[in-house]
Structures are given as C-alpha cells and as structure tokens.
Design a protein around this ligand. Structure first.
Ligand code: SF4
Ligand code: SF4
Length: 439
C-alpha cells in the first residue's frame, strides 16, 4: 500500500533559463555561513572573532558521521558568530565574514590522495559536498555502503522536475566533462557496473549531450523520463528507471540502488581534481518578479538580496521569496538570508503568483490520493488532522509524505494539504517520542 505510486502531476515547466549558460556574479562584500546547511548534526565553528580566513579555509568542522564541514567562500575577516533563523524555521549558529576584496585562496588547498574506496569516501566527506539537488544529505554518508557489492546500479538524478529550476540542466550542458569524470570515479572506487542517467524528456539538449559524452561507456544508459512532477523524488526515480520499489522505511541501497544528483557528481569530480571544497552554488533565479531570470554562480553564504538584485528585481515587486521552486520551496521573510549548500533556486514571486486561493470544502474527488507519488490517502490524513487524531495519522503513515505538494496542487478545493501533512508529521513525531518516553 505504501509503495511509491505511479502518480504525480503535470506542472507548468517555465524553464526560462535553460538556454543560457550560468554566469558568475561579482564576489559579495560579506557572507553568512550557517553551521547547518545539511541534514544531520550542525558543524562546529573552528574560527573566532577577528580571525582572517581565505577562500577554502575550514571554518566549521563536522561533528559526527552524519554532518559536513564548512569552508569559507571568500577571503576576509570573521566579524561575528551569532545565531540566525533559517528558512527551515530553526535557529543555528552562523559565521559572518567580511570580504577583503581579494578572494585569496587558502595555501593548504591541494587535491586529496585517493587510491581506493576508503580514501575516496574520506575525500568526499572532507569536500563538504551534500546533496546539491536540494536534499542536503551529506554525500559521503550516502556512498559509505561498506560493501560495494550491494550496489546494483548508480542512478544519476537529472530529472529537475520543479518549475523554473534549470541549474542541473546547465551542469549537464556546461560541465559535461565534470559529470563524466564523476561517473568514472564512481565506477572505479565504488565498483559500479551499471549507471542510469535519468533526465526528463523536456530537456532534449541535455539528453543529447549526455548521450554524446557517454557514447563510449557501455555501462551508462541515458534514460528519457516523462516530464511529470515529482520525477526527481528519490524513490520515484528509482521506480521509474529500474522498476524497483523501495519499501516504506527502507533506503535505496536496500534495493541495490545508489542515487546521486548530477550536479553533486560534477562537484565531486572537481574536488578530487583540485582539492577546492564546495564553496559556490549555481542558483536559478526566476519567478514573476524577476526581470532577467538567470542561472547565477554565487559564493555560498551570499545574501538572497545580493543575488536577486543581480537579476534586476525591484523591491516593490516582491511579494514572496522562496528557497527552491514553487512546489517545495521554503518561504523566507528575510532577504538577508544566505544562499546555502543545497540552494538550487531562488523563486521571487509577484502579487498574483504569491496569492493563495481561498480553500473550500473537500468535495471527495479523491484526486489528492490518486496523484500522490507515495500512495497516501491524503484526504483521510486531512480528516484525521481536523479531528486531532494522532493515532490515525500514524496509522495512515503520514511520516512517508515527501512534502512534494502534488496533493495541494491538484486539489480542486484548493485545500492546504501539504501544510496539513507537515503539521501532522510533527504531531506524529511528538506522539511517538512521548510514547517512547513512557516505555
Ligand atoms: S505532499 Fe505528501 S501527501 Fe501530498 S502528494 Fe506529496 S507525498 Fe503525497
Ligand atoms: S483533492 Fe481536495 S477535494 Fe478532492 S478529495 Fe482531496 S482534499 Fe478533497
């Protein structure tokens, strides 16, 4: 019952920036580097007030197996270490750095020594690379499967199904050699024999480019997938490329799959080649308030305000700013919030796009359940939520909701179903923690 369904929705693609190469914006005057830009434990600052840092200097070390180090993306001085509120609604310590305008590279930057599986995983861990498609899960943890014979295939996630976002598309077109190098590293050190690159059919140039680049690698198949949202959700892309279903509560490796975002692959290749850790991100800036939509390469920690100004946005036209696309993006009220490691888009909405329609009564059409990629009975979850019935919410497995927003998008009554699901998940977590405390 709780396997990933064959559903999803057709959303307007609006890939306005797919045809233009990404551009570098001038280095910012300052950056803010939160110690949590990944899933897992926040990193621990290793710099103090007034310290001078260079490009690539370690500023916060990882604090456990599921954590990720953070490096300075500019050269300059540490001006503050203070708590900030993230778009995800949590408070985390952050390191504030004022630029010296020089972008001097740290003298310790050197390619890592990699000669086997263990040293490859260690290098990926030190690179600070996390899932760059938006997930933010430390990549080394995902690749550290211990026994590589468990891996039946590597799936490269290049679906990029959210409206507007084209940063992965530009990686495939602009950095195809890095993607190829990344695949070769995985083949060598993770002993990968089969690689599937999953790309939605609405990106014909990217499909063509990947087929051209991998023409001589018989292990690689470039697969065209239907342009359906959320094609890029991990369990959905596994099912649609291999036919395998990841059971509830299990991981991709439990069915023999490792899934890695295409931009993450390219970033790993660059780190192994140069030793330069993850310091910058390609961000799609689009939305109805943006005059010149672009893919912009920015130092991590640059403020949203600086990035959107570079794309010609007037402050009076802004009604909503999202980290991410319109389906899963998180709204931020603070334009000084920094670009994070997993920020792949900034969507800036004008009045009409930002307006929420009025919700009406459920008409029991069932569309929310039919289109849910996780086969959840979304209308029943909403009813249980309204009754405050947390045990029923747990029974309905609301914890499996991936918050893709298909249900809200398709609902003719415009009910805020994804918001209800997010709150329901929190209620179930609290309930289970309380029950565990009693035991
Ligand atoms: S937000 Fe959750 S319940 Fe709604 S369609 Fe996506 S996975 Fe299903
Ligand atoms: S899609 Fe909306 S109206 Fe239809 S059953 Fe679901 S909640 Fe009710």
């Amino acid at each position: 019952m709780f396997s990933t369904g064959k559903s999803g929705v057709h959303v307007p693609h609006n890939k306005n920036t797919a045809g233009s190469p990404a551009v570098h914006m001038p280095a910012p005057e300052a950056v803010i580097l939160p110690t949590s830009m990944h899933i897992g434990k926040p990193a621990n600052p290793v710099v103090k007030l007034k310290d001078h840092v260079n490009v690539g200097t370690l500023v916060a070390e990882s604090t456990g197996p599921v954590s990720s180090p953070i490096y300075s993306s500019i050269s300059g001085d540490v001006t503050k270490i203070d708590t900030i509120l993230t778009a995800g609604g949590t408070f985390v310590p952050a390191i504030f750095i004022k630029s010296d305008g020089l972008m001097t590279v740290d003298e310790n930057i050197a390619p890592p020594v990699v000669n086997d599986y263990a040293s490859f995983i260690d290098a990926v861990r030190k690179s600070g690379i996390v899932g760059l498609g938006g997930a933010g899960f430390p990549t080394a943890v995902k690749l550290d499967v211990k026994d590589t014979s468990r891996i039946q295939e590597l799936i490269i996630n290049a679906a990029e199904c959210e409206p507007y976002i084209t940063s992965d598309t530009r990686t495939m077109l602009d950095d195809a050699a890095d993607v190829k190098e990344g695949v070769e590293l995985f083949e060598k050190y993770l002993d990968i024999k089969k690689v599937i690159i999953g790309i939605e059919s609405n990106k014909p140039e990217a499909i063509r480019k990947m087929k051209e680049v991998f023409a001589d690698d018989k292990a690689v198949t470039v697969m065209s997938l239907p342009g359906l949202y959320p094609q890029g959700a991990e369990k959905v892309i596994i099912r649609n490329t291999t036919g395998k279903t990841v059971p509830a509560g299990k991981l991709p490796i439990d069915v023999g799959s490792v899934v890695c975002n295409v931009t993450t692959m390219a970033a790993i290749a660059r780190y192994i080649r140069t030793g330069m850790p993850l310091l910058e991100k390609c961000v799609t800036v689009d939305g109805t308030a943006v005059k010149e939509p672009k893919n912009v390469i920015v130092p991590i920690g640059t403020s949203v305000k600086d990035v959107i100004s570079f794309c010609g946005v007037n402050e009076e036209d802004i009604y909503k700013i999202l980290f991410g696309g319109p389906m899963m993006g998180l709204s931020t009220p603070d334009p000084t919030a920094p670009v994070l490691k997993n920020t792949n888009a900034i969507t800036v909405m004008g009045l009409k796009e930002a307006s929420q329609p009025n919700a009406t009564q459920c008409i029991h059409c069932g569309k929310c359940a039919t289109h849910c990629p996780m086969n959840l009975t979304t209308f029943a979850i909403a009813r249980a939520f309204e009754r405050d019935d947390v045990e029923e919410l747990a029974r309905l497995r609301v914890d499996l909701c991936v918050e893709c927003g298909c249900c809200s998008f398709i609902c003719p009554a415009k009910r805020p179903l994804v918001e209800i699901n997010k709150l329901s998940k929190t209620m179930v977590r609290a309930f289970k923690a309380k029950e565990a405390g009693k035991a």
